[in-house]
Ligand binder design. Structure first.
Ligand code: 6R9
Length: 642
């Protein structure tokens, strides 16, 4: 792949030109405390911090700005009103159905509505430190719910509205949440999502102990309301005064569940000050938002991208942005570009999987819509293939807009590696250079540090303010997962190449996590769901290259000896996984097999299963250690027949 030099973008501000980046980056490494205490001034503090980072990776203790106090809802909402920016539009709601009325809120109106939501939470009995589960469609009230929690010091745990009642219940129990905020139902591509019904089903599951449910009326769907437990939001909200709670910088802000290579999803915990500074600064420098512009991040608030770049980052910077309820292909494949034309979007941030899916439909869906407002395009969630990158750049952005390919994770809080517009040349497929304060390191499998242009496992050697502090309720798991593979370093789980210009090229996960349409999925999670089915004996799940989704889910399943194989069984198993986890986990292939390739000690040889799923039989490696090498032949035969 050759380096791609961006066309000059004359209107670009110069504050992030190359020399300035180099100088700021160098300073951020030499004097991290001074640098970040200065950046922290982007926020309004009740008690400004004097302390920067106080951290160690052995033992693992991470604190930033620990003597400071602030409230992020105040920073995202009130301070803009106090500073005379109350009439600026904060949120523009674009509904699933383009014919439905949208609405928009100024920062003043946002303030009034956040106060109403916060009062509703208080009247349910929510207090500082409580965990509140948010299970919402992509509507303004979802954003209000998160900000209202931050306002009163409650810890939000947003669960993506596409997750099943079982998955929702697991997350409610794990963080001991006694309160749920939901809506009657949601809409995605005109399909109703029965959110309240799902909550009812989740709350019936053993171990769930929820005392209050707040229900936002959104679609008007008929839902059951339990008298003592369920409350309509519109009946509970009030305009009473509701000041922001003063929070220590290290008080928890939110928990967000994410998949790992083992066990159930982990509740990644972020705290207030460091996360606030990280999302505010990354949004400011990377998206380079200018007053009056319209920003649009097409993610869902159920993922970290929605947390950092729909809720906290843009709002703390006083931006005007879109909250989009719909999907890219409804009512047709031009919906993204229609929304961009309608609201004159200047900065657009989306996922490679959406770009690939839309690219496949041809250029005409793009070209009929006016994209002249676009100035900057961004991607996140998975590696972008150069072909999709070029289409995004040439067709969507008319060759005019720089592309930022931002690499980061739920655990990093915000962007970590990206080119900065006007400071760096872009190379399609490369995330680019580290953001201020980020020290990436490539490490070999034995832990050896690899210098220069090379490939290895991506670690980060020094803490940054936006780093997750722990796994909720299980610090040992946090230490094991991230700091034990390469002692004293944060291990990202990603493989990566660094080129001669110091650009980083993420090559994908090196652990048992797959990335399906930009969503992280632990293969272990899908396996546990499959073996819950009464006919399944054993399951092994791997990822394989998928044109649109990046990776698809390939499941090898062995059945119990007495199981009868019917035509419907495969469909039933797929349905079963959807029910246990949610539609995003729907298997692409279910390969029924009498046996799995195992070593003599009984370990499943996943390496072989991955190769077979990839249709790559030439490099299966050494199969002689298998207990029964003939299994491989029959698996290959089975793969070729599908
Ligand atoms: C923000 C987010 C994190 C994993 C990460 C990596 C992959 C994210 C990427 C990327 C290549 C990029 N990833 N951004 N890979 N290029 N620009 O997606 O968080 O859901 O926690 O996923 O996504 O594999 O480790 P999360």
């Amino acid at each position: 792949m050759t380096g791609f030099v961006a066309r000059p973008v004359p209107s670009y501000p110069t504050h992030c030109a190359t020399e300035q980046y180099d100088a700021m980056y160098a300073r951020s490494l030499q004097d991290p405390d001074g640098f970040w205490l200065e950046q922290a001034q982007l926020l309004d503090w009740v008690q400004a911090p004097d302390k920067g980072g106080e951290w160690s990776y052995d033992p693992v203790v991470i604190k930033w700005f620990a003597d400071g106090s602030l409230n992020l809802c105040y920073n995202a909402v009130d301070r803009h009103v106090d500073a005379g920016r109350g009439d600026t539009t904060a949120l523009i709601f674009e509904p699933d159905d383009p014919a439905s009325p949208g609405r928009s809120l100024t920062y003043r109106e946002l303030h009034a509505e956040v106060v109403q939501m916060a009062n509703a939470l208080k009247s349910l009995g929510v207090t500082k430190g409580e965990r509140v589960t948010i299970y919402m469609p992509m509507v303004i009230e979802g954003v209000l719910a998160m900000l209202a929690c931050a306002r009163i010091g409650a810890i939000h745990s947003v669960v993506f509205g596409g997750f099943s009642p079982e998955a929702l219940a697991g997350r409610i129990v794990d963080c001991g949440s006694r309160f749920v905020i939901t809506a009657d139902s949601g809409l995605r591509g005109s399909k109703p999502i029965p959110l309240k019904d799902n909550v009812d089903a989740a709350l019936k599951i053993d171990g769930v102990d929820v005392s209050g449910v707040l229900v936002v009326k959104h679609t008007g769907a008929d839902v059951a309301m339990s008298e003592c437990r369920d409350n309509w939001y519109h009946e509970l909200k009030s305009d009473a005064d509701c000041p922001c709670e003063e929070m220590n910088a290290e008080d928890p802000l939110f928990i967000l569940y994410t998949s790992g290579s083992t066990g159930k999803p982990k509740g990644v915990l972020h705290t207030t000050g460091g996360y606030g500074v990280w999302t505010a600064t990354t949004f400011n420098y990377i998206f380079d938002y200018q007053p009056g512009e319209v920003f649009w991040c097409s993610a869902d608030i159920g993922w970290v991208t929605g947390h950092s770049y729909i809720v906290y980052g843009p709002l703390m910077n006083g931006a005007t942005q879109i909250v989009f309820e719909g999907v890219p292909n409804y009512p047709d494949h031009g919906r993204f570009w229609d929304v961009i034309a309608k609201h004159k979007v200047n900065i657009f941030y989306t996922a490679p999987t959406a770009i690939r899916a839309l690219m496949r439909e041809g250029d005409s869906f793009v070209e009929v819509h006016d994209r002249s407002s676009l100035r900057l395009l961004g991607t996140v969630g998975e590696p972008i293939n150069p072909e999709a990158w070029r289409w995004y750049h040439e067709v969507v952005g008319e060759g005019r807009c720089p592309i930022i390919d931002t690499w980061w994770q739920t655990e990093t809080g915000g962007c970590m590696i990206t080119t900065l517009p006007a400071a760096h040349h872009m190379k399609p497929g490369s995330a680019g250079r580290p953001f201020f304060g980020v020290r990436p390191q490539l490490v070999g499998n034995e832990g050896e540090v690899l210098d220069g242009a090379t490939s290895g496992n991506l670690c980060i050697t020094h803490s940054w303010p936006g780093q997750a502090r722990t796994v909720y309720g299980d610090h040992e798991r946090f230490v094991q997962t991230y700091f034990s593979t390469y002692h004293g370093k944060y291990f990202t789980g990603d493989g990566c190449r660094r080129d001669e210009d110091g650009y980083y090229w993420i090559t994908g996960r090196v652990d048992d996590v797959i990335n399906v349409s930009g969503h992280r999925m632990g293969t272990a999670e899908v396996e546990s769901a499959l073996v819950l089915h009464p006919l399944v004996c054993e399951a092994a799940v791997v990822g394989y290259p998928h044109d649109i989704k990046g990776q698809g889910i390939y499941c090898y399943v062995t059945l119990n000896a007495d199981a009868e194989v019917t035509d419907d069984l495969v469909a039933e198993l797929r349905q079963h996984v959807r029910k246990e986890i949610g539609p995003i986990a729907t298997p692409d292939h279910i390969h029924l097999t009498p046996a799995l390739p195992k070593t003599r000690s009984g370990k499943i040889m996943r390496r072989i299963l991955r190769k077979i799923a990839e249709n790559d039989y030439g490099s299966l490696g050494d199969t002689s250690t298998l207990a029964d090498p003939s299994v491989v032949e029959s698996l290959i035969e089975g793969r070729q027949n599908r």
